[in-house]
Design a protein around this ligand. Structure first.
Ligand code: CA
Length: 229
C-alpha cells in the first residue's frame, strides 16, 4: 500500500490505516487494478476516498461534480455514500481510463447515478452553466490538469449552491509548491513548472478569497476544502 507522501512518520500512516480504513472489496479491487499502471500516482489514496465519502454524507450532498475521473475510485467512493436519487457529473477526457471506472461503477450498482462526460472539463462545466444549472450542486471534487485549476475553481463556484463545498486535490503537489526541487525524477517528468505555479497561484488566491470558508488539509497530497458563502 502506498503511503501518503506527506506522512513523514511512516508508522503513523500505517497506524491511521489500520485504525480507520474501511475499504470495500470492490474499491479494493479497483485500486489494485489501477496500481498496476504506471499512471497510478493519479489515484487518490484509500483514506482520502473514505474521507470524501464521509464529507458528502456530512453535508448531505445529492448533486456532485467530479473534475478528473481517471479510473473512478473517488467517484465510486462518493456515489456509494450518497442516496439512490443522487446525481454525479463525471468529467474526463480519457475513454480508456473511464472504461475501467465504468466496469466497477456497474458492479457496485451506482452507474445509473453517474453521468460520465468525455470532453474537456471546462466545456462540460460551461455547458452545465448554459443549461441553467448554476447554484444547483452540493459538492465538487477538482482533481484534473493543474494548469486549469483556477478555471475549474471559478466554474465550480458558479455551479455550487450556497453552503456547497469544493474539494481541491493535490494542493501541496508533492511538496513542489514550496520547492520544485522536492519532486523526484519520475514526478518531475509529469509536472511542468507551469502546473506547479498554477497550484501555487490558486492556493494564494483562495487564501484571500472572501467568497469561501476554507481549510487546507495536510492529508494525502494536500486537499483544500472551500465552502461557498
Ligand atoms: Ca489527485
Amino acid at each position: 500500500m502506498k503511503k501518503g507522501n506527506l506522512n513523514v512518520i511512516e508508522n503513523m500512516h500505517a497506524y491511521v490505516l489500520e485504525h480507520s480504513l474501511r475499504e470495500s472489496d470492490v474499491l479494493n479491487r479497483l485500486r489494485l487494478e489501477t496500481e498496476k499502471d504506471s499512471s497510478a500516482i493519479m489515484q487518490i489514496p484509500p483514506e482520502q476516498g473514505q474521507f470524501m465519502a464521509l464529507l458528502v454524507k456530512l453535508i448531505g450532498a445529492k448533486r456532485t461534480i467530479e473534475i478528473g475521473v481517471y479510473t473512478g475510485y473517488s467517484t465510486l467512493c462518493v456515489s456509494q455514500a450518497m442516496p439512490s436519487n443522487s446525481y454525479t457529473v463525471a468529467c474526463d477526457v480519457s475513454e480508456a481510463w473511464t472504461n475501467i471506472a465504468k466496469r466497477y461503477w456497474k458492479e457496485a450498482g451506482v452507474d445509473h447515478k453517474i453521468d460520465l462526460r468525455i470532453a474537456p472539463a471546462s466545456e462540460t462545466l460551461e455547458a452545465l452553466i448554459k443549461d441553467g444549472q448554476s447554484q444547483s450542486y452540493d459538492f465538487v471534487f477538482i482533481d484534473a490538469d493543474k494548469d486549469n485549476y483556477d478555471l475549474y475553481y471559478e466554474l465550480s463556484l458558479k455551479l455550487l449552491k450556497k453552503g456547497g463545498v469544493i474539494a481541491i486535490d493535490n494542493v501541496l503537489l508533492f511538496g513542489s509548491v514550496i520547492d520544485s526541487n522536492l519532486l523526484g525524477d519520475s514526478l518531475r517528468d509529469k509536472l511542468s513548472e507551469n502546473s506547479i505555479q498554477a497550484v501555487r497561484d490558486l492556493n494564494k488566491k483562495i487564501r484571500n478569497d472572501c467568497r469561501v470558508d476554507i481549510s487546507m488539509l495536510q492529508i494525502a497530497d494536500g486537499i483544500t476544502l472551500a465552502r461557498k458563502i
